[in-house]
Design a protein around this ligand. Structure first.
Ligand SMILES: Cc1cc2nc3c(=O)[nH]c(=O)nc-3n(C[C@H](O)[C@H](O)[C@H](O)COP(=O)(O)OP(=O)(O)OC[C@H]3O[C@@H](n4cnc5c(N)ncnc54)[C@H](O)[C@@H]3O)c2cc1C
Length: 402
């Protein structure tokens, strides 16, 4: 092999970048000339959008067979640094040794992580659902509370953050707590957010729906305040209110993976690299940025990609295709994803499905839930390890949401 494309990350963007890069190389008949290498700590795809759920089953499917079927070489390790001048990355292998690998094209797909601000006590007493490990820790903690004497603190969960993850975690919680403590237990779930109303960010059409769901589920909104401190017995809010609680879930704020900071060029407030239309990092020759590490225009009327699976699935395809296309002489393809939808799980109430950037409500309750389950349990999972079937949906203009 004379040329190398290195993809860092086996999440939604990294997996589809590898598949689309392999497809482009195959289209050009250059399998013997260009190699795709994926570096990731494990050859799995963590289904992060489901980590708020009560049953953490099949949340980390193996993708090694997929990589084998498309001829991608897998390295079990982490990229520790990027030398954009020398076009190389430093890799720490899981079993210890370090290696420096040069690249012809590098695709940064290392995702994002929860941003936990220095709120006193949060690091010691807070829980979250950002990674499978942290979701499992929360689950074990909740189940262990069943053996603790009933108290207001035991029965109360406080969720900090009224965005997607916060709303999904909070609305799942009443049913989850009743399953653990018993149907008659006086459980309490509180959701805290500095916005003027919980769910206000979802837009005027969706807000009344969220209000109705929270009300029906008995989730108590605390808008207009922040969590000021956390301790072993509960939280204190910025307006001085004290809530006794053994379980505080932090769900406010995401940051791009720290490697994005090593890519020269402009970054947004979340640490994402501002990518060009082809998802190149404009100031780093040979580097593509994708998934949660890039901010890219989704259309020509001023909308930008979000840190979402919906965008990562398309951003990955485009970045992988373009990285390979530049090497094998195929046309590159601009990123475009004008259709934007959301499907917000609202626990036992159902789910809310919206279309458009103004989030027009299309489906609610069980109709929405059916779609949410389809998305969460089928659509976002890795494909079967069938090379031709994968290539048939790995084109850079593949439409994620028709
Ligand atoms: C609780 C929760 C709910 C969500 N709900 C939704 C939703 O309903 N809809 C939606 O669209 N989005 C949702 N998201 C967001 C979505 O999960 C992310 O936007 C998506 O995972 C981003 O994909 P990615 O491939 O960029 O990154 P990730 O999925 O984060 O994958 C990153 C990959 O990089 C690897 N990696 C990390 N560091 C290194 C390194 N140094 N070297 C090599 N590899 C590395 C990781 O192991 C992983 O394989 C949710 C997220 C969470 C946490």
């Amino acid at each position: 092999m004379s040329q190398k494309i290195i993809v860092a990350g086996s999440g939604f963007a990294g997996l589809w970048a590898s598949i689309s890069a392999s497809r482009a190389i195959a289209l050009a008949g250059k399998e013997d000339e260009v190699e795709v290498i994926m570096v990731s700590p494990s050859p799995t795809l963590t289904i992060r959008p489901r980590l708020y759920e009560a049953l953490l089953h099949n949340m980390n499917p193996d993708v090694k067979a997929v990589l084998d079927a498309i001829g991608t070489r897998y390295i079990a390790g982490t990229v520790e640094s990027i030398d954009s001048e020398g076009k190389s990355v430093s890799i720490r292998h899981n079993d210890g040794p370090h290696e420096t690998l040069t690249y012809d094209r590098f695709v940064l797909a290392t995702g994002s992580s929860l941003f936990a601000p220095p709120v006193p006590g949060l690091a010691d007493y807070g829980f979250n659902v950002d990674t499978l490990e942290s979701a499992e820790t929360l689950d074990a903690h909740l189940k262990a509370l069943a053996n603790v004497a009933p108290s207001e603190a035991r029965n109360t969960v406080v969720v900090a953050g009224g965005g997607f993850t916060g709303l999904e975690s909070a609305t799942e919680m009443p049913e989850r707590l009743r399953a653990i403590f018993g149907a008659e237990a006086p459980i309490r779930v509180v959701i805290v957010d500095p916005a003027s109303e919980i769910g206000a960010d979802m837009g005027a059409d969706a807000l009344p729906v969220i209000r109705e769901a929270l009300d029906e589920l008995g989730v108590e909104p605390r808008p207009g305040v922040r969590v000021a401190s956390v301790d072993a017995g509960g939280v204190t809010l910025s307006d001085g209110e004290r809530i006794e609680s053994s379980t505080v879930i932090w769900a406010a704020g995401m940051r791009a993976h720290p490697l994005a900071a090593q890519v020269p060029g402009e970054h947004d407030a979340h640490g994402r690299v501002l990518g060009d239309a082809f998802l190149r990092a404009p100031e780093a020759d040979g580097i593509f940025v994708t998934g949660d590490t890039v901010k890219a225009a989704t259309d020509d009327v001023g909308n930008f990609s979000l840190m979402s699976c919906q965008h990562a699935l398309s951003l990955g395809r485009v970045a992988g295709h373009n990285a390979a296309a530049e090497l094998v002489g195929l046309p590159t393809h601009p990123y475009s994803q004008p259709k934007y939808v959301t499907c917000l799980d609202l626990g036992a109430w159902g789910a809310l499905y919206t279309e458009g950037w103004d989030r027009q409500v299309h489906l609610v309750r069980q109709d929405g839930k059916k779609l949410k389950q389809e998305i969460n349990q089928v659509w976002i999972y890795p494909p079967a390890a069938d090379r031709e079937a994968m290539f048939s949906v790995a084109n850079p203009d593949f439409v994620i949401v028709p």
